[in-house]
Design a binder for this molecule. Structure first.
Ligand SMILES: [Zn+2]
Length: 314
């Protein structure tokens, strides 16, 4: 039974790994960067917690994939995978896991706003959609609580690492209201950048554009292992945005501030005046977008790492 489960779970993780998307690459980058920040004591604690996860979450079983290699290599690859777990569990072929663990509205906190003559204006009487901010605060509390057993910290830790990444994607904090989207654009999902009238299968939207931005800018070379690819990309981002230059702005535990930062970027960098519905974003827009995404992913990794160091570092 255990072996069967392991094989089934392996398929679910390995197949998406070959079809890289932001969800995968972006979250693994933040995992890699967070790991670089963790002290040896914090590394040991988080791995111990994750490996004590309830069996039906499948979270612990992934550790065994990483085969016969050094513990240090296994731990890093495992830790990079963990932030993607909240997306892995979207897979409905494990109905028990899906029902129990999948929570679609934990991935974002979308603030409603509109553009009024080039200025962003919040829609004060609309409560944001989604629970990302509340969940980050709640899970930090659980992780800090000495009365909570490790097995009950594992799933909150995996969620914390996932949502911490998501909230740095500007469109996970934004729902723009327009004449054609009076109820908001669902994080840019209804804003198409493919030609008007394109068949559904060929439609591309703004949310997808931002989610999948890393592998589109730095294509995955199948000649190297996926983990190696993620490491190269993450190291490049860390050298562009070094920790020492970032640390003063980390605002640890201030999840509302993290969200506000992302929302400002959504308003000023995502919905730039040159972005047009039904048009491919310009080369200048694409360059700027990747620069923004790199800085967001790096900051997310530093924030996750330093938060966990604060909790488990000693
Ligand atoms: Zn997510």
């Amino acid at each position: 039974m255990r072996k069967k489960l392991l094989i089934a779970v392996a398929f679910c993780v390995l197949l998406p790994g070959q079809m890289l998307g932001w969800d995968d690459v972006g979250h693994k980058i933040t995992g890699y960067i967070a790991w670089q920040r963790l002290s040896p004591a914090a590394r040991e604690r988080v791995i111990k917690i994750l490996r004590s996860a309830p069996e039906d979450s499948h979270l612990a079983v992934y550790y065994q994939f990483y085969g016969v290699r050094s513990d240090a290599e296994k731990q890093l690859d495992y830790f990079m995978l963990v932030p993607t777990w909240a997306d892995i569990i979207r897979e409905r072929s494990f109905p028990v896991r899906y029902e129990k663990y999948h929570k679609s509205d934990w991935h974002y906190t979308s603030v409603f706003w509109r553009d009024v003559s080039g200025k962003a204006e919040l829609i004060a009487d609309r409560k944001p959609d989604g629970q990302a901010i509340e969940k980050l605060a709640e899970f930090e509390k659980v992780l800090r609580d000495p009365a909570v057993a490790d097995k009950d910290k594992a799933v909150p830790l995996a969620w914390f690492l996932h949502i911490g990444g998501d909230i740095h994607q500007p469109l996970h904090t934004s729902s723009r209201v327009t004449d054609v989207e009076p109820n908001g654009d669902v994080g840019g999902n209804t804003f198409l950048i493919s030609p008007q009238g394109a068949p559904r299968a060929e439609q591309q939207n703004l949310h997808w554009f931002w989610d999948s931005i890393v592998p589109r800018n730095i294509p995955y070379d199948f000649g190297i292992c996926e983990g190696c690819y993620v490491k190269v990309v993450a190291e490049m981002m860390m050298s562009r945005y070094p920790f020492d230059a970032e640390k003063a702005g980390l605002s640890l535990s201030n999840y509302a501030a993290w969200k506000d930062e992302s929302l400002r970027l959504a308003q000023n960098e995502v919905f730039r005046s040159d972005l047009k519905r039904f048009e491919t974003p310009s080369a200048d827009y694409r360059r700027n977008a990747f620069r923004v995404a790199e800085s967001r992913l790096t900051r997310a990794g530093y924030r996750m790492g330093e938060t966990l160091n604060g909790i488990f570092g000693n």
